[in-house]
Design a protein around this ligand. Structure first.
Ligand SMILES: Cc1cc2nc3c(=O)[nH]c(=O)nc-3n(C[C@H](O)[C@H](O)[C@H](O)COP(=O)(O)OP(=O)(O)OC[C@H]3O[C@@H](n4cnc5c(N)ncnc54)[C@H](O)[C@@H]3O)c2cc1C
Length: 420
């Protein structure tokens, strides 16, 4: 079939979704198979989200994402460890520094069973950690204070925070240096088609009117995977999209200097209004100001189901009810700070029932890497590598067990109706 008045381009591999996982997959694809013609397609971060018409956003619009190995299951810990080990190399290749190795402090109620198990896991993985009581925390960090019945696990090496925005720039810069073409566009449709030589390929239609023919397509489209015609008809991924709210406290340059040794923090309590929060140390944002950031656990998460709900949520400042409890949690931990101003922001996380990302072939030509489960900012490089190797090989091509990453689908509504 001929297409008139449209630009048609051909690629060996088209990666859809220029977020943290897709950008990592693009870099790895160019390394794994330098001879392939690869493109990465996704919309850039909008200058003003409220004015964004296409309604496709990303989970990386921030400077501070927590990085730590302690406190995760073995699969996440492995994905994270391998990713962190490559941070320096990516920074060197791209010339973009995105990792601040300031350490992380995980505060838990004393004798909490789950955390004790995690401490054992950390020891088994040879992750160097220190256990600190209340006094030791304040001795080490004079501006931090934890509850009497708590203790803290401190990890310095390989932990701290990454700038999600800069990490994307670093990955895309390295991918482009190796020949990947990065395209600012939204994909409306992916369909299988037959070429004149009778071979199969995928036709990728963009919202700017381009048509791309690709031998293979990898979807790294996060929360938005089901909101365009990207998967074969009837296939709906089993994912849950949850709202996230964060609060930023602007602090003075003087306070930022006083807190300069502050690690990233995770506070998990077994009592109180909040079950905990996570927080980021002072980070200089593009407006030149320093902010502390705090986010919640499950308390303020709400499920979003439709494209409209997700798009509308991305245009808000988050759940305002969360602001005060989160700021209280932050300033009970970080002492002696009077914020200059505060404001909220929102985001969406994509969860799978397996709690691991999906990385799977959907058809012989179409693969997915979807489902950060709120952990993928730190681990995206290895998830992207896993996806890139899989789509290039057309089958599982990684040492971690394939079944842990197998995609699950929601029941086909048509099948359900016919069964009634
Ligand atoms: C508030 C918040 C705090 C977090 N904190 C941490 C943390 O401290 N540490 C941590 O490790 N993780 C954290 N995370 C999780 C982490 O940010 C996500 O897991 C990660 O960003 C997911 O990356 P992704 O590439 O899978 O998805 P996304 O970032 O959503 O990327 C998907 C991409 O696909 C693009 N896309 C979608 N549909 C289309 C289409 N039709 N056409 C073209 N492009 C499309 C989107 O534009 C987007 O760029 C946090 C998340 C949130 C929301």
């Amino acid at each position: 079939m001929a297409y008139r008045n449209v630009v048609c381009t051909h690629y060996d591999l088209c990666i859809v979704g220029a977020g943290l996982i897709g950008s990592a997959a693009a870099r790895h694809a160019t390394l794994t198979a330098p001879h392939l013609k690869v493109c990465l397609i996704g919309p850039k971060e909008p200058k003003d989200r409220r004015q964004c018409k296409h309604g496709i956003f990303s989970a990386h619009y921030d400077e501070g994402r927590l990085v730590r190995l302690f406190g995760q299951d073995q699969i996440w810990a492995e994905l994270t460890k391998r990713s962190i080990e490559r941070y320096h190399e990516i920074e060197m290749r791209s010339g973009v520094k995105f990792f601040s190795e300031v350490g992380s402090l995980s505060v838990v109620t004393k004798n909490d069973e789950v955390k004790q198990q995690e401490i054992e896991n950390a020891k088994a993985m040879n992750i160097p950690i220190q256990i600190l009581d209340k006094n030791e925390v304040t001795e080490k960090f004079s501006f931090l204070s934890i509850q009497d019945d708590s203790e803290a696990v401190f990890q310095l090496k390989g932990s701290g925070h990454v700038s999600a925005r800069l990490k994307i720039i670093a990955q895309q810069t390295a991918a482009q240096q190796q020949g990947c073409q990065v395209i600012d566009d939204v994909i409306d449709q992916v369909t299988e088609t037959t070429q004149s030589d009778a071979s199969k390929c995928l036709k990728v239609v963009t919202s700017k009117g381009k048509i791309i023919f690709a031998k293979k397509v990898l979807l790294a489209t996060g929360a938005f995977t089901g909101f365009r015609d990207l998967l074969p008809p009837g296939k709906v991924l089993d994912t849950t999209l949850l709202t996230q709210t964060v609060v930023y406290a602007e602090i003075s340059d003087k306070d930022a200097e006083r807190l300069q040794d502050m690690p990233s923090g995770c506070l998990d309590y077994t009592k109180g209004e909040l079950s905990g929060c996570y927080l980021l140390p002072p980070i200089k944002y593009p407006d030149g100001k320093y902010y502390l950031k705090v986010g919640h656990r499950k308390e303020y998460e709400r499920e979003l189901r439709t494209p409209e709900e997700v798009s509308d949520w991305y245009k808000t400042e988050g759940d305002k009810n969360a602001f005060k409890p989160l700021l209280d949690c932050l300033f009970q931990f970080v002492r002696g700070v009077t914020p200059v101003s505060t404001h909220g922001d929102c985001c969406v996380t994509t969860h799978t029932p397996t709690n691991h990302p999906y990385c799977d072939m959907i058809t012989p030509l179409l693969g997915i890497t979807v489902g950060g489960n709120g952990h993928a900012a730190k681990a995206a490089d290895e998830i992207g590598r896993m996806g890139a190797r899989m789509i290039i090989a057309g089958q599982w091509d990684h040492d971690l067990p394939k079944e842990r990453f197998k995609a699950k689908f929601k029941p086909d509504k048509k099948v359900l109706v016919s069964r009634l």
